[in-house]
Write a protein that binds this ligand. Structure first.
Ligand code: UFG
Length: 352
């Protein structure tokens, strides 16, 4: 496809008239861009014509998930390395996905979470200040709301996390607000609901070790890699007694990041929920996994998992109105189908 390319004062500009958004191509550092959501965003940025560099320590990320030749291996705590990269690659904006994200582990070992998610993120923000980069899109989470009183959840809902993971994300949201006010940062904090599915091309997907999420676990049972899936709690105050979540496709999360990038303004911040607004119970998700895989796999009922709120569904109307974001996947089966496409073709994840 023809793209008009201009070289102007050493900066690259693309005419994006063929793409959904009309934006100027930028040099972007995707921190944590070899992980699940980060790799999808990096791919989306490359496809839109941006100059992309991925910075990842590969503790949870996968080399194969990063765009070829664009991975820089390094640690978030290495501020000098980061500011050097920001300068050398003439980075104009950062997307920050790097975090530990196991809720249960954050309760068992909070120090690990405070150190990586807060100290590490502050190191990145300081490197940005040193290198005079002031635009950032930050991965936040529904876990910052804790157990909300009303569902669907609008952004005005008080944020009172019930675990250290949620608290670390909220702390960085606060830091970003203060950095916007004091140092002129432009930021977007995108609060994901349940990220799910896999890239439509079939070569990027979810590969966590250990895996704790419902859809990949259920599909691993369908593939015969696990014996059964347990439903954690069947006595919740929901129509079928199991927890309800808002599963949002990872490609839709990626596209929201690109739209947010276009709307970053110096000294201002956006806080936006990213969800479909549709809730699905654990039983419904498992039924979708059985239907899509064609395998009637074994399901058992188990005790509640501590810390699971009964229902988390987004009011994502602000993302729709502010970004013009429309998730392409709103139903659970098409989301599961993309996940099945990934897991069945990559039964050992990126090691396949
Ligand atoms: N579930 C089961 N059995 C399993 C795994 C999960 O019944 O084997 C249930 C959970 O109890 C929950 C639902 O499936 O009700 C979804 O669980 P996931 O582990 O897939 O996702 P979570 O909702 O726990 O986690 C997501 C994000 C976190 C975020 C959290 C906030 O992945 O990053 O929402 O609540 F912190």
């Amino acid at each position: 496809m023809f793209r008009a390319v201009f070289d102007f004062l050493g900066q690259r500009y693309f005419d994006h008239s063929y793409f959904a958004s009309k934006s100027i191509a930028m040099n972007i550092l995707v921190v944590g861009g070899a992980g699940y959501v980060g790799s999808h965003a990096a791919r989306c940025l490359v496809d839109a014509g941006h100059g992309v560099w991925v910075f990842d320590n590969l503790v949870f990320g996968h080399e194969q998930a990063a765009p070829v030749g664009r991975l820089i291996r390094g640690d978030l705590h290495n501020r000098e390395l980061l500011s050097g990269i920001l300068r050398e690659k003439q980075i104009e904006a950062v997307m920050h996905f790097a975090a530990f994200a196991y809720v249960g582990e954050s309760v068992q070992d909070p120090a690990k979470y405070y150190h990586n998610n807060i100290v590490g993120s502050l190191s990145l923000l300081e490197a940005m200040r040193t290198a005079r980069v002031s635009k950032i899109v930050f991965s936040s989470t529904t876990a910052t709301y804790g157990v909300p009183e009303t569902v669907p959840i609008p952004e005005e809902t008080p944020q009172s996390p019930i675990n250290p993971y949620g608290f670390t994300k909220l702390a960085i949201e606060h830091a970003l607000r203060d950095y916007a006010h004091a140092y002129g940062f432009g930021f977007a904090a995108l609060r994901y609901f349940n990220a799910a599915g896999a890239h439509h091309d079939g070569d990027l997907g979810e590969d966590h070790d250990p895996e704790t999420h419902l859809i990949p676990l259920a599909l691993q049972v369908a593939l015969g890699q696990r014996e059964r899936i347990a439903i954690f709690g069947t006595d919740y105050p929901t129509p079928d007694g199991t927890c309800i979540r808002d599963y949002v496709h990872v490609d839709d999360l990626a596209s929201a990041h690109l739209l947010a990038l276009d709307r970053l303004k110096q000294g201002e911040g956006l806080q936006l929920n990213l969800g479909t607004g549709h809730g699905h119970s654990v039983r419904e998700v498992i039924d979708a996994c059985r239907h899509v895989s064609g395998v009637d796999f074994r399901v058992v009922e188990a005790e509640r998992r501590p810390g699971d709120p009964p229902e988390l569904v987004a009011d994502a109307s602000r993302a729709r109105s502010v970004l013009g974001w429309e998730p392409r996947y709103t139903e659970i089966e098409p989301i599961v189908r993309t996940a099945w496409n990934w897991h069945s073709r990559h039964p050992r994840g990126y090691a396949s």
